[in-house]
Design a binder for this molecule. Structure first.
Ligand SMILES: Nc1ncnc2c1ncn2[C@@H]1O[C@H](COP(=O)(O)OP(=O)(O)O)[C@@H](O)[C@H]1O
Ligand SMILES: [Mg+2]
Length: 198
């Protein structure tokens, strides 16, 4: 991968703050760097990668293989455009946001945003989700499903941040530390298993 480019995946259970944080992060980084944000949801819709709907569980099923290919194509195309415009001296930061991002390849860091299931429940209740979908997501957060999947695929480049008592700015500050190798947030330190016992 290009030395002057960093590809960052931001993942986590729905409602943990991915879209909000990634959007603010991109705005801030773009003041100094050639920063871009791609949203997995948008890529999936625009490129017709949705295979169908699991209406019982209220989920759209995305073709992960095709998503992976498309994402690679998009990031490669950015590379070529940068080379052509001789824009290589400015660090390029590509942020990919979405709860399926960690299932894709070719990134420098994976950041899993975590949130205490009790706080997550309050956020998800504001969405028009089925009750079963809310419960499924709370269980997934409690069991660290995204972290486990991300770690299985990407190993040590995976970081996880407990955002429960952090402002959006604090989350962004910590993500910047991860991007610039100033601090690690190794996986396995956050434990929301208690929630399952209640
Ligand atoms: N650190 C935070 N503190 C307080 N509220 C937050 C924080 N991060 C996100 N939120 C709020 O949580 C809600 C869900 O965030 P969103 O970015 O849509 O999550 P996701 O993209 O992971 O589903 C939004 O209303 C957002 O403003
Ligand atoms: Mg989102």
């Amino acid at each position: 991968m290009n030395k002057n480019k960093k590809v960052i995946f931001i993942t986590g259970t729905p409602g943990v703050g991915k879209t909000t944080v990634a959007t603010c992060l991109n705005k801030e980084l773009s003041k100094k760097y050639n920063s871009k944000l791609y949203k997995i949801n948008e890529i999936s819709i625009e490129n017709d990668l949705i295979l169908g709907k699991d209406s019982e569980r209220g989920y759209e099923i995305v073709d992960i293989d095709k998503l992976n290919e498309k994402l690679f194509e998009i990031i490669k195309k950015d590379n070529i455009e940068n080379t052509l415009s001789n824009n290589l001296e400015i660090l390029e930061i590509v942020i990919v946001e979405g709860h399926l991002s960690h299932l894709c390849d070719n990134c420098d860091k994976v950041i899993v945003l975590r949130l205490d299931p009790k706080s997550l429940e309050k956020r998800l209740k504001k969405r028009d989700y089925l009750e079963s979908k809310i419960q499924e997501n709370l269980e997934a957060e409690s069991l660290a499903v995204c972290t486990v999947e991300a770690f299985q695929k990407h190993g040590d480049i995976v970081n996880e941040i407990d955002t429960t008592s952090m402002s959006i700015d604090e989350v962004i500050g910590n993500i910047k530390k991860i991007i610039f190798d100033e601090k690690d947030f190794p996986v396995g330190k956050i434990d929301f298993m208690d929630w399952l016992m209640i």
